[in-house]
Design a protein. Structure first.
Length: 131
């Protein structure tokens, strides 16, 4: 369960950073995230980014030893972060999911972050597939 908590927080941090820089591409280097710049936490950092890439939330041009080059939200990642928070997260704030994710990170509540990430993944899974 500790890995899931670490994943949720890391996913929130990465998605929030990419939402802030969208539509510009960003290099994501582990040293820029001190909480993950150690051997144990860097495994979660890399596994989280790999998951976000493989599930289509983000894409990157290349992976280097210390991080990822030219990372950007995909249309799927942007859609979920741009969606109204009440529709996805079930809260009454009039923010987007991306803005609310930043608020949750500031709150430091692992439980609220977990709930938000779970609801985001569930919401995306219900979107219709288009070609």
């Amino acid at each position: 369960m500790e890995n899931i908590t670490a994943f949720n927080r890391c996913a929130a941090v990465i998605l929030s950073a990419l939402y802030d820089s969208f539509p510009m591409k960003s290099d994501i280097l582990v040293k820029a995230y001190p909480d993950y710049d150690n051997p144990e936490a860097s495994d979660i950092f890399h596994a989280t980014i790999t998951f976000l890439i493989e599930e289509g939330y983000i894409r990157c041009a290349d992976r280097v030893y210390s991080g990822y080059v030219s990372v950007i939200l995909t249309s799927k990642g942007f859609a979920v972060l741009q969606a109204p928070a009440p529709d996805v997260l079930g809260i009454e704030h009039k923010n987007t999911v991306g803005a609310e994710l930043k608020n949750l990170l500031r709150s430091g509540s692992d439980e609220l972050i977990r709930t938000a990430i779970n609801k985001m993944v569930l919401w995306v899974s219900k979107l219709p597939l288009t070609m």
